[in-house]
Design a protein around this ligand. Structure first.
Ligand code: HEC
Length: 371
């Protein structure tokens, strides 16, 4: 064993001590800077000296997620910390710390950043992020959730999820009610809004909501209860099949039964949970199935057809119209082809069934599983 070998660990230890002493000294200085800032009424981080900014940066890095960290940001909105705080909140989504992170971001005015992060989130995180934002129950957070529901980039599904997230707090319900009153809620969010407002525990909100967005009526001439209540009931699938055969086979195939116009429902119980089946029937416009969008075709002869595009070539446009019939028009005779903003599925079908029949129908549909 040479002398160097025995000395090396000592050297390493010595330098570690020196470093410790240096960081200790640095930490002391930082504490002093932070204590001074704490005492200031209006500390302007943006115009602080680089030394002060460094000290603040080290403090925030070392304490991210702690109470002093959040307290500091609530008092002095350090805009530069926004992205890291957002990242922190997203990584802890669903926890109380994430709720505090989002609340702090809202108070710091970093609304756009939160909104784009939520809109870009994976489908399994989207609702969770909104609910984490809703945790603070503040009006400001609710306003951000409403903005997500109103965003033109949001899908119909995302809009409904955002509206349901507003139902997690009283302030959320109030923000939602106001949007409905001012007609600022996109059509795709209306069914969810009617569900949220009609189920509010606040009598005034419930009343205002039920007047603006009444629950769909059933054939027994009474408004349907919210979907959450229907979901808790068990239906009779055999009776549901009878209802299906009475109304839905005009446009849907299940197995060999029915007309091939709307999407086949043979495996709908695998594709959609019960809640989504209720939504599809109560509000066909909420989410229009891909490939089943409606079009209106006008011909030069003055005819007008409504249906979905079955095929289109340079010479001919084929439209599948309700009843499953294909109407072919030579391209030369097509005067216009306009995409319809609404579903080809009849709205208000719930009015054709009683409340119990509706529960039975959905029980039947959810039993149609992939084999
Ligand atoms: C006039 C024709 C018509 C009638 C009647 C009709 N539907 Fe539809 N349905 C459609 C069309 C077209 C679509 C696809 C467009 C859309 O998603 O809105 C559709 C979509 C659906 C979907 C979504 C399917 C998917 O794969 O996402 C469900 C569920 C559904 N219908 C159930 C029913 C039930 C249950 C009834 C009877 C109470 C019914 N429909 C009656 C035309 C109809």
């Amino acid at each position: 064993m040479g002398p160097m070998r025995s000395i090396l660990p000592l050297l390493i230890m010595a330098s570690a001590f020196a470093q410790d002493a240096a960081t200790e000294e640095q930490a002391d200085k930082d504490r002093l800077v932070m204590a001074t800032i704490e005492k200031l009424k209006n500390f302007d981080y943006a115009n602080a000296s680089p030394k002060v900014k460094d000290a603040v940066g080290r403090f925030l890095n070392a304490n991210r997620g702690s109470k002093p960290y959040f307290d500091f940001l609530e008092r002095f909105h350090v805009a530069e910390e926004g992205p890291k705080l957002l990242e922190f909140g997203i990584s802890k989504v669903g926890t109380a710390e994430a709720g505090t992170a989002f609340k702090t971001l809202v108070n710091m005015g970093q609304v756009e950043a939160i909104k784009s992060a939520i809109l870009a989130a994976a489908p399994d995180k989207f609702g969770l992020l909104l609910d984490t934002l809703a945790v603070s129950q503040s009006r400001e957070a609710a306003a951000v959730i409403l903005q997500v529901a109103q965003d033109p980039k949001a899908s119909a599904d995302q809009k409904s999820i955002a509206v349901r997230s507003l139902g997690k707090s009283r302030n959320g319900e109030l923000v939602l009610l106001e949007a409905v009153q001012k007609n600022r809620l996109p059509a795709e969010g209306k069914l969810a809004a009617s569900q949220v407002l009609n189920a509010s525990a606040d009598a005034a909100i419930q009343k205002a909501g039920s007047e603006l967005l009444p629950m769909a009526q059933s054939a027994d001439n009474k408004p349907l209860p919210p979907i959450a209540e229907l979901l808790a009931r068990k239906g009779d699938a055999a009776n549901g099949h009878a209802v299906y055969a009475r109304i839905c086979i005009a446009c849907h195939k299940a197995g060999d039964e029915g007309i091939d116009f709307g999407p086949a429902l043979s495996e709908i119980g695998t594709k959609l949970p019960k809640e989504a089946i209720y939504t599809a029937i109560l509000d066909p416009n909420a989410a229009i199935s891909f490939g089943f969008e409606g079009f209106e075709v006008k011909t030069t002869k003055g005819d007008s057809y409504i249906g979905m595009i079955a095929s289109e070539t340079d010479d001919e446009l084929a439209l599948k119209v309700p009843g499953g019939v294909i109407v072919k028009t030579p391209k030369a005779d097509v005067a216009s082809k306009t995409k319809l903003p609404i579903s080809l599925m009849t709205p208000g079908l719930a009015r054709a069934v009683t409340e119990q029949e509706f529960v039975d129908l959905v029980e039947y549909l959810s039993s149609l599983k992939k084999k």
